[in-house]
Design a binder for this molecule. Structure first.
Ligand code: SF4
Length: 204
């Protein structure tokens, strides 16, 4: 297992060659914001908040730190003016969907984003996919998934699976950066309770 040396925000960082830029930065105590990353899950690049400027072999480009592998002599800048502007806009857009999210509000404050820039279209879910991926990749249950597409895309529990698996698990709840997941779960529980053919695992 080799080690590479790269520079992140003018700091020399040594990282294992299989690490991503995000992991290398985190190991060096350099904060890069993200709302869809989880160390047990494959990179998803949904929130794009971890966008950084990467300079490698004479080429400069913007890339998501969670999916960029480290390279020898790579130079990474995590807080340029352009990157701050991109993060601000992303946060403003996400906040219009989940205005009550404390995690988002904290980032909005940190980046000086305008919380009223976009009209509120509260759907509560910011499509980070943490719940869906955690249930599929870690728990191997796929009790929750995305339905519909475009602006109507939302998460939904699969009643047949949720009735057996979720009551005693709920590990995804603490991953959700908004209130969308708990609301969707409560909706599913209400559906299940109304259906004579379903019985919650806890009630058996
Ligand atoms: S419900 Fe929460 S965890 Fe799941 S995709 Fe939406 S914001 Fe992410």
């Amino acid at each position: 297992m080799g080690v590479v040396t790269l520079t992140i925000d003018n700091k020399e960082v040594k990282a294992k060659e299989e690490m991503t830029v995000l992991e290398a930065a985190q190991s060096a105590g350099i904060d890069i914001p993200t709302l869809c990353h989880h160390e047990k899950l494959e990179p998803y690049t949904a929130c794009r908040l971890c966008m950084v400027e990467v300079e490698s072999r004479g080429r400069v480009k913007l890339d998501t730190a969670c999916s960029s592998p480290v390279k020898e002599n790579m130079v990474v800048r995590t807080k340029t003016e352009d990157i701050i502007k991109i993060r601000r806009t992303l946060l403003e857009l996400m906040l219009s969907h989940a205005p009550d999210s404390r995690e988002l509000q904290a980032l909005v404050k940190e980046y000086g984003a305008d919380k009223d820039r976009f009209e509120k279209e509260a759907s509560f879910c910011i499509h980070c996919g943490l719940c869906v991926r955690y249930c599929a990749e870690v728990k191997k249950k796929s009790a929750v998934g995305f339905i519909n597409s475009g602006v109507r895309r939302e998460i939904s529990f699969v009643p047949e699976i949720a009735s057996k698996e979720c009551w005693n698990c709920k590990e995804c709840f603490e991953l959700c950066p908004t209130e969308a997941l708990q609301t969707a779960y409560l909706f599913t529980v209400a559906q299940i309770s109304d259906s004579p053919s379903f019985e919650l695992e806890s009630e058996k």
